[in-house]
Design a protein around this ligand. Sequence first.
Ligand SMILES: Cc1cc2nc3c(=O)[nH]c(=O)nc-3n(C[C@H](O)[C@H](O)[C@H](O)COP(=O)(O)OP(=O)(O)OC[C@H]3O[C@@H](n4cnc5c(N)ncnc54)[C@H](O)[C@@H]3O)c2cc1C
Length: 462
Amino acid sequence: MAKDNKKITEEMIKITGEQNVLFSENELIAYSTDSTNIYNPDEVADVIVFPENKNQVSNIMKYAYENCIPVVPRAAGTSVCGACLPKKGGIVIDFARMNKIIEINKDNLYCIVEPGVIVENLQKEVEKYDLFYPPDPSNLKVSMIGGSIGLSSGGPHTFKYGSTKDYIIDLEVVLSDGRIMNTGSSCAKDVTGYNMTQLFVGSEGTLGIVTKAIIRLIPKPEVKRVMFAYFDSLEDTSITVNDIISNLITPSVIDLLDKNTLNTIENFYPSGILKDKEAALLIEIDGFKSDIDKQYEKIIEICKKNNSSYIQTASTKEEEERIWISRRSSFGATAKLAPNVVTEDVVVPRENIVTLVKGIKEICSRYNLKTCIMGHIGDGNIHPNIALDLRNPVEFDNFQKAKTELFELALSLNGRLSGEHGIGCEKSYFIDKALDSVNLSYMKQIKKLFDPKNILNPDKIF
Ligand SMILES: Cc1cc2nc3c(=O)[nH]c(=O)nc-3n(C[C@H](O)[C@H](O)[C@H](O)COP(=O)(O)OP(=O)(O)OC[C@H]3O[C@@H](n4cnc5c(N)ncnc54)[C@H](O)[C@@H]3O)c2cc1C
C-alpha cells in the first residue's frame, strides 16, 4: 500500500506537470472503479497521472520502482473483470493524453499508435486508406488500444478475423524499473527469438506498460450485409452456425441473442426487434460485391432449412446501423433492469455451446438472477449479462455462487474462464482450477522476472 500520497503527488507533478495530475478525493474514487461495478473504500488510488510521452512513463516507473509504489495502467476503464482496480492503491496512469495515430503505412499494411487511441477512431482513420482494423470490443466508441492490448480484446469480428493478439506485431513497453523495451518489429513475419510481443498482449498491465504499438492492418472488405435471423429453438441456432461454416462461408460476425436479451433491448431501445422468438443470430457477411449475393442467398437457404421463422436484412446504411445499435445496446439495456449489471465471459469449443447456454440458464434461474444471454456463438464465447443489486447481500451471495458454478460448467465442457474479458481480480480466485499447475507456475515466474517488486497492477490474474 502506498503510504505518503502527498509526496507521490508532488513527484508526479514534477514528472508530468500540474496539468497532468489529479488528486482530489472524488477524482481518486472515480478512478478506483471500472465497469465491473466494484468499489472498495480501502482500495483507492493515491494519485492519477496523465503522461504525454514514454519518457514521462519511464520516469514514473523509475520512481515507483525505487519506492515500491503500485502502478495501474488504465485506458478507458471499461474492464468488466476488475482489471483496472487499484487493489493496493498507488499511481493510476491514464493514457488519454497519449492518443496519437503516429503513422498509417498503406504499402506495408501497418499503423503505429499510442495506447490512448480510441478503437473506433483508429478504425475510421485506416478506412480512409481502404484498410481495416477488425478487433472491435463492442464498446469501440470509448475503449482504447492500450486496453485492447491489455486484455487481448475480441468482439464480434473475432470469428473471421481473430482478436487483438492477431494484429499486434510490435510493442514499446516501459518495464517495472523504468527501462524501455521493444518487443518485435514492423515486419510481417518475424521469428527472431521468442515472441515477446504476445507475452505482453493480454497480460493486463501486469508485466509492463505499453507506450506504443505497431498494428497489422488488412485490406477493407468491399461490401458487407447484416441480418437478424430469428429461431424458436436454441438448438436450431447452433445447427445453423455449423451449416453455414460447412458450406464454406465464414461470416464476419455471427452473434447469438437469447429471448431475454431481445426483449430487454426492444423494451428500452425499440428498433423493431421481434420479442416472441427464442433466440436470434446476428449475421454479418463481407467480401467482394460480386460474391456477396451468393453468400447471402446460401445463408438465407440454410436459416430457412433450420426453421428460422423470420429474417430481417438491412437494406440501407441506416437499417444496418440500427441493427448494430440494437446489438451494442444489450449490456446497457440489461443495466436498466436493476442498479447493477455484471457480465461473464466463459468460452467453450463450439460443439458444446447449446449445453453451455442451457446450463447458464439453469444456474441463473436456480439462483434467481435476471439474466440476458448473448455472445459470439461462432467462437463458443457466451456473455450472460446479469442484472442485480450488488448491495443486496442475498443477491450478491447468489451471484458469487452462480459464478463459481458457471466456471465449473465451462471447465467441464473443455472451456475456459474468459474468451476476451480477461481475469482481473474477479476471476483470479478460480485460476488455479482453470490452468495446468506447471503452466501456472511458469506464469508466476514470468511475472516475478518482469516485476520483481510486484508493483505492476498487483492482485490481478493470480
Ligand atoms: C458494454 C461492454 C461491452 C464489452 N464488449 C466486449 C467485447 O465484445 N469484446 C471484448 O473483448 N471486450 C468487451 N468488453 C470488455 C472491455 O471493455 C474491453 O476488453 C476493452 O477493450 C477494454 O478497453 P479499455 O480501454 O476500457 O481498457 P481498460 O479497461 O482501461 O484496461 C484494460 C486492461 O488493460 C490494461 N492497460 C490499459 N492500458 C494499458 C497500457 N498502456 N499498457 C499496459 N496495460 C494497459 C489495464 O491495466 C487493464 O488491465 C466490454 C465491456 C463493456 C462495458
